[in-house]
Ligand binder design. Structure first.
Ligand code: SF4
Length: 343
């Protein structure tokens, strides 16, 4: 069998740590810096939100329900046992139990698996160890499969994750010909993103996943700068305490020397970006208002807040989508020159 390194013509295998999960690949695609932290095994923050802790408790309960059902207990009994065995602070355990109680009418029987780990090789023709996934809920019934993933919140696009799980089920259960999946958000008691693949659509899903994998591996292989790419995911990022976007001391806490140093660094960066954009013909050289008390740190924070830092970062890497970038500047009436205090 051709190895994934040969198949994708990987030049820097040291940048990877297979087997891959869809969450690692999503991370690599969304934020190179966070991916680098993960593969370097940087210490992730221990700080977890209440919802994350409830989510974990819920998964533990579901796993226990699965164990009890396999041992012959009926679902209501299994549920009671799971709820009483969970070792978590009362508030968290209670909330998780409430979520379990309201779970939609899924079938829980011997064909149901909780926290099921599946793996498959790269082309998904047979199980292997290239790609792994842990499915919250899986039920195989004849030639049909149902996959459910529990999510702490409703934001974020998880379609590629659902496609990945579909591919994993197809690789591991060849008798299955129809795969349905949806997301369930206990906090809102809501089912969302229902997808159904059957027959040739399953092959199409596998193809789509392979394209995603290939594209993401290529990006990682070519990555050199490992720049952070802030998005809404920063809110729950486990490496936020290491991230240069968020670790700089607040400008209000800086002494004069630190403030000048930081402002100079950021001004240099913005100047470099402006020059590159000018080379690309993206920004006109209009003499913008220059103000002494509007530091580059303020600007960076503002841009992060507006979700505008990403195109700046991309611009630094000369990968800017000029049209998108220009329209964003226009939309927020930003003249890049006004951030730059020339020497
Ligand atoms: S906080 Fe945001 S930008 Fe920083 S590493 Fe995490 S996801 Fe990336």
């Amino acid at each position: 069998m051709v190895s994934w390194i040969e198949r994708y013509n990987i030049q820097h295998p040291e940048k990877f740590k297979p087997p891959f999960s869809i969450s690692t690949l999503r991370l690599a695609k969304n934020c190179p810096f966070a991916y680098k932290c993960k593969i370097d095994q940087c210490k992730a923050t221990e700080k977890k939100s209440f919802n994350t802790m409830v989510g974990r408790a819920m998964h533990e309960m579901l796993r226990e329900i699965g164990v009890q059902i396999r041992a012959g207990a009926l679902f209501p009994i299994a549920k009671q046992i799971a709820m009483s065995t969970i070792d978590k602070p009362e508030k968290i355990a209670k909330r998780a139990a409430a979520y379990i109680r309201q779970i939609p009418p899924l079938v829980f029987d011997e064909k149901t698996y909780f926290e099921k780990e599946l793996n498959a090789n790269v082309d998904f023709t047979s199980p292997g160890d290239f790609f792994v996934g842990i499915l919250d809920y899986l039920r195989i019934s004849g030639d049909e499969a149902l996959i459910v993933d529990y999510k702490a919140s409703g934001w974020g696009d998880y379609t590629i994750q659902q496609i990945a799980y579909t591919a994993l089920v197809a690789a591991n259960y060849p008798e299955v010909n129809k795969i349905k999946s949806f997301l369930y958000i206990p906090r809102e008691n809501k089912i969302t993103n229902e997808l159904v693949f059957s027959g040739p659509e399953i092959d199409k899903a596998i193809y789509q996943l392979n394209v995603f994998i290939e594209d993401t591996l290529r990006r990682i292989d070519e990555e050199e700068r490992w720049r952070p790419a802030p998005t809404i995911s920063c809110q729950s990022c486990r490496y936020r305490h290491l991230c240069p976007i968020y670790t700089s001391t607040s400008i209000y806490e800086m002494d004069e020397e630190q403030l000048l140093k930081r402002a100079k660094e950021l001004t240099d960066e913005l100047r470099e970006i402006r020059d590159q954009l000018n080379k690309l013909g993206g920004i006109e050289e209009t003499p913008g208002p220059v103000t002494e008390d509007f530091s580059a740190a303020d600007v960076t924070m503002k841009l992060t807040e507006l979700g505008l830092l990403e195109p700046f970062i991309e611009a630094g890497a000369v990968k800017v989508d000029k049209r998108k970038f220009k329209s964003m500047l226009k939309r927020y009436k930003i003249d890049i020159n006004m951030f730059i205090k020339d020497d």
